[in-house]
Design a protein around this ligand. Structure first.
Ligand SMILES: Nc1ncnc2c1ncn2[C@@H]1O[C@H](COP(=O)(O)OP(=O)(O)OP(=O)(O)O)[C@@H](O)[C@H]1O
Ligand SMILES: Cc1ncc(CO)c(N)n1
Length: 274
């Protein structure tokens, strides 16, 4: 096979820059599982190690900046990256380092999941870091995927209705992200997400499943968008696939753990079977 043929047929590659969740439902583990199910080659740069299960976060250990930088350098200079997502980046220097590295390596298709708080309430982003996300990372983002509490923090305003979600999307778009997806998982009623491209809104709706097993839904959703962007899928279709992926993963629960259990990453591939 010629080099050109090889380049055309090679697998899409995605990198996740995020924290490790020992429980496997969120963070790096959720991202790599999602990439694999969507047929994308997954790579990781860990920013922190968390001791975590379905009941809560029992410890957070941020990694040294040098360890974060070297992981990104190693991957970008050899294997190559078609799309990248960021998850837990708890401190200002980590955010600055990651933003600098993404720029330095010219990594395309950045999905920013502005992770702030774990399902059990533990803080994964220090308060002093919120502004650094706005200043350094969001302007580089192809897509940013805040949930409602995260969007409220970013725009410093309450969000109670779909109109509020749209206004939040407008304001977050003004921070410099190309596309904004405001996730409505925390509202009542159907699970409604909104995509804004700076001009028009697109809505993605699925029935709400009454379940406590929603640990890592945001990580999985943004990882699915990243995987699709790595393959070259256009944004509207990428978000539609991610919505279907997370809906299946929440619906076909694994029922693990005594608290907020993980979602089912295999469910998307089994969706047409009985
Ligand atoms: N109970 C539910 N039933 C169906 N879809 C849901 C439910 N909860 C969330 N979703 C969907 O899951 C996706 C993730 O949204 P959510 O707002 O839960 O993210 P998140 O709060 O960032 O998750 P996490 O912090 O656990 O990673 C969205 O597409 C949302 O609409
Ligand atoms: C490591 C990690 N990243 C993100 C989340 C948010 O779900 C979590 N609970 N843990």
């Amino acid at each position: 096979m010629s080099d050109v043929q090889q380049a055309r047929s090679r697998v899409a590659r995605a990198l996740t820059i995020a924290g490790s969740d020992s429980g496997g439902g969120a963070g790096i583990q959720a991202d790599l599982k999602t990439f694999t199910v969507l047929n994308v080659y997954g790579m990781s740069a860990l920013t922190a190690i968390t001791a975590q299960n379905t009941l809560g976060v029992h410890g957070i250990f941020n990694l040294p900046l040098e360890a974060i930088e070297l992981q990104i350098d190693a991957v970008a200079t050899d294997l190559g990256v078609d799309a990248v997502k960021t998850g837990m980046l708890s401190q200002v220097p980590i955010i600055e380092t990651v933003a600098r590295k993404i720029k330095q390596h010219n990594i395309p298709n950045l999905v920013v999941d502005p992770v702030m708080v774990a399902k059990g309430g533990a803080k994964l982003l220090e308060d002093s870091s919120q502004q650094a996300l706005i200043d350094h990372l969001i302007p580089l983002a192809t897509v940013i995927t805040p949930n409602l509490p995260e969007a409220e923090v970013l725009i410093n305003r309450e969000i109670k209705t779909v109109e509020d979600m749209k206004e939040a999307a407008r304001r977050i778009h003004d921070f410099g992200a190309k596309y904004v997806v405001v996730k409505g998982g925390h509202l009542e009623g159907d699970a409604l997400d909104i995509l804004f491209d700076g001009q028009t809104f697109e809505q993605y709706v699925s029935p709400r499943h009454e379940t406590k097993h929603t640990h890592g839904t945001g990580c999985t959703f943004s990882a699915a968008i990243t995987a699709e962007l790595a393959k070259g899928t256009p944004i509207r279709e990428a978000v539609a696939t991610a919505k279907e992926f997370i809906t299946c993963a929440i619906r076909d629960t694994l029922g693990l753990g005594a608290g907020h259990g993980p979602t089912n990453h295999w469910a998307y591939n089994n969706r047409h079977k009985n």
